[in-house]
Design a protein around this ligand. Structure first.
Ligand code: AMP
Length: 413
C-alpha cells in the first residue's frame, strides 16, 4: 500500500474504531509522515526499522497499530523497552490515552521505585509492559513475568540504549522472546553496532527513514551566539530577558553546571526554574517534569539525561549553555523545540574553547549554523565575534575597550 503522507487521514490507515476514537479525543488531525508510513506496515504484520527524529509522532506510530492488533485484555503480549525512566513513563502516559477505549492493562516497570506496586500489577495480569531493561530483568529473574507470549516487541531509542551500555541486557531479553513475533525498532542514528543488532533482532524489516538522519527539524530556527567565556552567564540572562518565551530548556554539560545555573536564575529572580539531572531523586524529577508541563516551572535546566525523547510539548526555546561535545546531542537537544511541527528557537552559546565542537556539529548536520549577536548586549571583545580576526587599529581599539571594561565590570568567574 503506497501512502502519501500529508493527504492520508487516520481513518484511511486501518486502525480499529476504539483506537480511532482515542486519536480523535487526543485532537490529532492528520497522521505525521512516520505514522502514515509505519501504521499500515505494522497492521500488515511487518517488522519495521524506523530512523526518525524525536518529536515526529513516533510513539503513536508504534502504539496505535499495536493497540489495534492487541484488541482486548488477554496475556502479556506487548513489550516496549526504553533507555530511561522518563521515556518509559512518557510512553506509558501516551499508551494510556491510546488505550482509553480498550480494556488493555498496561504496566510501567522501571528502577528507582519500589517493587510492590509493579509486582501487584504483574500478578493481576497485564497486556503491555513498558520497561527499562535492568528492572525488567530483575522481574524476569524473580519469575514475576516471562516473555513467552510476546507478539509485539518494541525497541525504542536503541542508539541511546547502546550508549548507556544496555545492549547486552536487551539481547538477553530479546533472546527470551519467541521467534514468531513482530519487532519494531527505532533509533535516531544507525551506527554499525546497531545495524548488526537490528539484523539479529529483526525479520526482513521494512526500513523507514523520515528526513535526513542527522537533520534539524525545519521548524526550528537555530544559531550560535559567540561570547567570551566569562560573559556566558550574563549573555544567558540577557537572552532570557529579551526573549518572549513560553517555556525554555537550558542544557548544560555537567550536573554541577545545571545546579549553578539554577542558582543563578533563582538569585536573579523572575524565573520559575527547576534543575533536571541524574542526581535529582526520581520523585523530584517526575515532579519537575509535571511542573514544567503544567506551567509551574517555565525554565528547566537539564543535562543530557533529559535531552532525548522527553515529550515536553510547547517548549518554545532551547538554550545550550555549552556547545554539546557530541554532535548528535545537538540535534537531540534542539529537537525539544519545534516538536510536532510547532515553531521553536534554539540558541547555543559559543565560547572560544568550543569552536571545534561547533565545527563538528556543522559537519554532522551538513549546514553552517548562523552566528548571531544579541542586540544591545554589552559584549566584551573576543575573536569569536569576528568572522576574520581584527588587525591593526581595530584590534587595539577593541583591546582597549576590553581593558577598560574589565577594570569596571562585575564579571562572574
Ligand atoms: P513523539 O515523537 O512520539 O514523542 O510525539 C511528539 C508529540 O507529538 C507528542 O506530544 C504527541 O502527542 C504529538 N503527536 C503525535 N502524533 C501527532 C499527530 N498526528 N498530530 C498532532 N500531534 C501529534
Amino acid at each position: 500500500m503506497e501512502i502519501e503522507a500529508g493527504q492520508t487521514t487516520f481513518e484511511d490507515l486501518g486502525l480499529s474504531e476504539p483506537v480511532l476514537q482515542a486519536v480523535r479525543d487526543l485532537g490529532f488531525e492528520k497522521p505525521t509522515p512516520i505514522q502514515a508510513k509505519t501504521i499500515p506496515l505494522v497492521l500488515d504484520g511487518r517488522d519495521v526499522i524506523g530512523a526518525s527524529q524525536t518529536g515526529t509522532g513516533k510513539t503513536a506510530a508504534f502504539g496505535l497499530p499495536t493497540f489495534t492488533k492487541l484488541g482486548q485484555h488477554g496475556k502479556f503480549r506487548c513489550l516496549v523497552l526504553e533507555p530511561t525512566r522518563e521515556l518509559a513513563a512518557q510512553v506509558e502516559e501516551q499508551f494510556n490515552l491510546y488505550g482509553k477505549h480498550l480494556d488493555l492493562k498496561i504496566a510501567l516497570l522501571h528502577g528507582g521505585v519500589g517493587y510492590k506496586k509493579q509486582l501487584d500489577q504483574l500478578k493481576a495480569g497485564v497486556d503491555v509492559v513498558i520497561a527499562t531493561p535492568g528492572r525488567l530483568l530483575d522481574h524476569f529473574q524473580r519469575k514475576a513475568l516471562h516473555f513467552r507470549d510476546i507478539q509485539f516487541l518494541i525497541l525504542d531509542e536503541v542508539d541511546r540504549m547502546l550508549d548507556m551500555g544496555f545492549l547486552p541486557d536487551v539481547r538477553r531479553i530479546v533472546s527470551q522472546c519467541k521467534k514468531k513475533r513482530q519487532t519494531l525498532f527505532f533509533s535516531a542514528t544507525m551506527p554499525g553496532a546497531i545495524e548488526t543488532f537490528a539484523k539479529w533482532a529483526l525479520d526482513n524489516p521494512e526500513e523507514i527513514s523520515i528526513g535526513r538522519r542527522a537533520s534539524v527539524a525545519e521548524t526550528v530556527t537555530h544559531g550560535f551566539f559567540p561570547v567570551a567565556y566569562e560573559q556566558r552567564d550574563d549573555l544567558l540572562l540577557a537572552l532570557l530577558k529579551k526573549t518572549d518565551y513560553h517555556s525554555v530548556m537550558i542544557f548544560t554539560r555537567t550536573k554541577a553546571e545545571a545546579n549553578s545555573i539554577t542558582a543563578l536564575l533563582n538569585k536573579e529572580g523572575g524565573f520559575k526554574v527547576t534543575p533536571m539531572h541524574s542526581d535529582i531523586p526520581q520523585k523530584d524529577r517526575t515532579k519537575a517534569l509535571k511542573g514544567f508541563r503544567e506551567g509551574t516551572f517555565d525554565v528547566i535546566v537539564a543535562t543530557d539525561l533529559a535531552a532525548r525523547g522527553l515529550d515536553i510539548s510547547n517548549v518554545t526555546h532551547v538554550i545550550n549553555y555549552r556547545v554539546p561535545e557530541n554532535a548528535e546531542d545537538y540535534v537531540h537537544r534542539i529537537g525539544r523545540t519545534g516538536r510536532a511541527e510547532q515553531e521553536g528557537d534554539a540558541f547555543t552559546l559559543l565560547a572560544g574553547d568550543e569552536v571545534d565542537h561547533a565545527l563538528a556539529i556543522e559537519r554532522y548536520i551538513g549546514q553552517k549554523v548562523e552566528r548571531k549577536k544579541l542586540e544591545g548586549f554589552d559584549y566584551i571583545y573576543t575573536a569569536m565575534l569576528d568572522d576574520e580576526a581584527p588587525t591593526g587599529d581595530a584590534l587595539s581599539r577593541r583591546l582597549g575597550t576590553l581593558k577598560r571594561r574589565r577594570s569596571f565590570g562585575r564579571r562572574r568567574r
